[in-house]
Structures are given as C-alpha cells and as structure tokens.
Write a protein that binds this ligand. Sequence first.
Ligand SMILES: Cc1cc2nc3c(=O)[nH]c(=O)nc-3n(C[C@H](O)[C@H](O)[C@H](O)COP(=O)(O)OP(=O)(O)OC[C@H]3O[C@@H](n4cnc5c(N)ncnc54)[C@H](O)[C@@H]3O)c2cc1C
Length: 247
Amino acid sequence: MSTWVQGRVVERIDWNDKLFSLKVEAEVQPFVAGQFTKLALEQGGERVQRAYSFVNPPEAEYLEFLAVSVEEGQLSPRLQDLQEGDNLMVSPRPSGFLTLDEVPAGRELWMFATGTAVGPFLSILGSPDCWDRYETYVLVYAVRYERDLAYLEQIKALAAERPERFRFVPVVSREAVDGALQGRIPELLSSGAIQEAAGIPIAPARSQTLICGNPDMIRDTLAVLEGMGLRKNLRRTPGQITMEKYW
Ligand SMILES: Cc1cc2nc3c(=O)[nH]c(=O)nc-3n(C[C@H](O)[C@H](O)[C@H](O)COP(=O)(O)OP(=O)(O)OC[C@H]3O[C@@H](n4cnc5c(N)ncnc54)[C@H](O)[C@@H]3O)c2cc1C
C-alpha cells in the first residue's frame, strides 16, 4: 500500500473561528477507536504532515478529524482553508496506543481531554464494543472558553442514551459557565471537584484513566493521579494511567 492516499473533504463543521472538523472520504486500513493517522498537504513543493486522531468510530462511513488552527502553525491553518470537495493526503496506516485494548480492566474508565483531544474519546465512546468493558465512563473535557466546546450535542446524546453509565464533566478555565467546572484539570482533581461532579471517587483498585492533549496538563494530571496511588500503564507493568501527548 502506498504511503499516502488521496482524501476528499465531504463536509466541514466550524465550531468557532479557529476550531473546525473535517469529514473526509479516504480508503485507510482498519483502525481501533482512539487511534490517529497523518494528514498532509503540499506546500511550496514540500509535503507537510501532522498526526490527527479519528473522531469517528471505526464503523463510520467517513473519517472525521477535529482540529484547531494554530497561530503561525505550518499545517493546521491550511487544513482550515479546505472546502468541501477539496483534496488532501491521508496516511492509510492508522496507529496509536490510546485504545481500550491497551487498558487493563477496572470499574470506571476516566477520559481526560484538553481541546481537540476530545476527538479520540468520542471515537471510543461512539464504538459499540467500548461499552462492554467498564461499568461507568467519565469524560472530562477541558477548554479555555465555552465556545471551544465541540460536539456538545453528540456528548449530550451519549448521556441521554446511557444516563447510568456515562458522566460528562466539562471544564472551562477562563470564564464561569453554568454546568461546567472552572479551572484546570490537575487542580480540580486535586481538590476533588471533578470526582464530586462525576459522583465517583478515584482509586487504584477501581479506576482506569486515559489522558490526552496538552503536554503540561498531562504532566500535571499524571502527578496528581500518582499522588492518589495510580501508576503509569506500561505493557511490561500494567497500571491505571494511559497517556497521549499532542505535542
Ligand atoms: C498522536 C497525535 C494526535 C494528534 N491529534 C490531533 C487532533 O486530533 N487535532 C489537532 O488539532 N491536533 C492534533 N495533533 C497535533 C497536530 O499533529 C499538529 O501538531 C497541530 O495541528 C499543529 O500543527 P501545525 O503544523 O499547524 O503547527 P506547528 O507549526 O507544527 O506548531 C506546533 C505547535 O502548535 C501547538 N499545538 C499543536 N497541536 C495543538 C492542538 N491540538 N491544540 C492546541 N495547540 C496545538 C503547540 O504549541 C505546538 O508546539 C495530534 C498530535 C499527535 C502527536
């Protein structure tokens, strides 16, 4: 199989002036919910490629990516310029370890995301197989402003479908929003505010956690969870904390 296949944008969603989703038609190899692939565009005769997580579950007809246009970024502003019908290059070989087959058993699965990193968790939650593994699933989704919360309708639909088994904890750092916690994930975990909002405690014997997105949030959240007795999940030494940094 070649290194790149051609993809075509079939739909775009603009969540705000910087945050957008692209639905893409492309022939890629089967993937596991939570994985990513690479997208690329030619720029001045050079191919610029970056990793993007699938938002769609593996069963979906189209690939879907959630991205933010990074100021002065090389690729993301160009992706934001793409319109329906435009082409881009897609790597046909998905990869990544933020998948439930890498995560040991437990009672609750906690998913901590900043910004666009909610994408792989929506892929996981949208996949019917995911619901066989844990009793309860908690999505903690942190952004700066309320307008940065994408896919709220989809998340609310998940909550309505499985009120007993799914908890949603939105976190907004830079403004007070009804129904959301205000602050950063590490401090809100440390104070117990997130556990209180979810109605579930965190402890090594019951919790599995996935953390994805901003590397500072991941570092600080890791430290707080380790303080609660949880350990990194490595293939050689299984634990309760599985992570994926976006940069
Ligand atoms: C495994 C993996 C999966 C990823 N999945 C996604 C995804 O689903 N959606 C997505 O938007 N990005 C994702 N990224 C980041 C993405 O690959 C690019 O780094 C990002 O789009 C910026 O590329 P750029 O060329 O525009 O900026 P660059 O010129 O490469 O600038 C990189 C800088 O942009 C900032 N940055 C990078 N990614 C983000 C982000 N997501 N949110 C805020 N600031 C960021 C950081 O400061 C970083 O140092 C993922 C990265 C990895 C490693």
